[in-house]
Write a protein of this length. Structure first.
Length: 278
C-alpha cells in the first residue's frame, strides 16, 4: 500500500518523498460540521479519569451558574450509557424533531439539553451499545441537534479515556476541559490520565474541581473530610493547572437534583471556574 494514499501521486509515493508532502504536514481535520441551525461560541468538556466523582453534578452546576450570569447555555449529555442530566433538570422526552434535525430541549431556566434519555421511549431502559455506536450518537448530538445560539455548550463526558471521550475530542471543536476528581490519594493518577489525554489531543486544561471534599456538621459547622485529606493541590501544582474549587457534600443540592430542580440551585464554591469561563 502507498505511504500516503491521499497524495495526487500516491501510486509512486515513497517514504522519502512523503517527508515534504503537504498532506503529511497538514493532516485532514476530523472535526464534524455543526448543525446548520446552530451557533456555539465555546465548547467546554467536563471530564474525569474515573467514574463516580460527580462529573454530571459539576457540569450542571457550571451550566446553571453561567445561565444565571446571563449567558445562553446548553448541555450535551455525552455519557450515553449513564445519562443523568435530564433528570436533574426535570426533563422528560421525547424531544421534538423533524426529518432533518432534532431540537435541544429547554429546561425551566432556559438551559438547552440533549441526552439519549430524551430520545428513548423508555428512559429507564439500558443503552446496551458498543463503543462505535455510542460514539456515532455523540457526533449526531453535534451535527443533527439544533442548539440555536449558545455562548457555552458544556459536554458532560463519560468517565475514562476510551472511545467516546476520544470521539468528542476528535469530532467536536472543544475549546477547553475541566477535570473533576475526588480527595482520595488515587486522585493524582486520575487527574494525570485525563490531563495527558487532553495534552495528546492538544486541548487546554482550564482547571480542576475537587468534589466530595468535605461535609459540614449541621450542628457545629465543623468540616468533616470523610474521604480523607485533599490531594488535589499537589496534583494541580505538578501540572501547573489551577484548582477551580473544592466542593462539599451538600444534601440540599443532592435533593434538588433528585427532584429535578437543579436549575434553582446555586454553588458558590465554583466562583473561580465561573470567573475563568467568563
Amino acid at each position: 500500500m502507498p505511504e500516503n494514499s491521499t497524495c495526487s501521486s500516491a501510486s509512486s509515493c515513497t517514504k522519502e518523498s512523503c517527508e515534504g508532502c503537504s498532506s503529511k504536514n497538514n493532516p485532514q481535520s476530523m472535526i464534524e460540521p455543526i448543525n446548520p441551525s446552530s451557533s456555539v461560541k465555546k465548547v467546554i468538556g467536563v471530564v474525569s479519569g474515573k467514574g463516580g466523582v460527580g462529573k454530571s453534578f459539576v457540569t450542571a452546576s457550571l451550566a446553571v451558574a453561567m445561565r444565571k450570569a446571563g449567558y445562553e447555555v446548553g448541555i450535551m449529555d455525552a455519557d450515553i450509557t449513564g445519562p443523568s442530566i435530564p433528570k436533574m433538570f426535570g426533563l422528560h422526552g421525547p424531544a421534538y424533531g423533524t426529518d432533518d434535525e432534532i431540537f435541544a430541549m429547554p429546561a425551566k431556566d432556559g438551559t438547552k439539553i440533549m441526552s439519549i434519555n430524551l430520545l428513548m421511549d423508555d428512559e429507564e431502559a439500558p443503552v446496551i451499545w458498543r463503543g462505535p455506536v455510542i460514539g456515532g450518537a455523540v457526533k449526531q448530538f453535534w451535527t443533527d441537534v439544533n442548539w440555536g445560539d449558545l455562548d457555552y455548550l458544556f459536554v458532560d463526558m463519560p468517565p475514562g479515556t476510551g472511545d467516546v471521550p476520544l470521539t468528542v475530542f476528535q469530532s467536536i471543536p472543544v475549546d477547553g476541559i475541566i477535570i473533576v476528581t475526588s480527595p482520595q490519594e488515587l486522585v493524582q493518577l486520575i487527574v494525570k490520565k485525563a490531563y495527558n489525554m487532553a495534552e495528546m489531543m492538544h486541548i487546554p486544561v482550564l482547571g480542576i474541581v475537587e468534589n466530595f471534599s468535605y461535609i459540614k456538621c449541621p450542628d457545629c459547622g465543623r468540616e468533616m473530610k470523610i474521604f480523607g485529606e485533599s490531594q488535589v493541590d499537589k496534583a494541580a501544582a505538578e501540572l501547573s493547572v489551577p484548582v477551580f474549587g473544592k466542593l462539599p457534600i451538600d444534601p440540599e443540592l443532592a435533593k434538588a437534583a433528585d427532584e429535578g430542580r437543579f436549575h434553582e440551585t446555586e454553588n458558590p464554591h465554583l466562583a473561580a471556574a465561573i470567573d475563568a469561563l467568563k
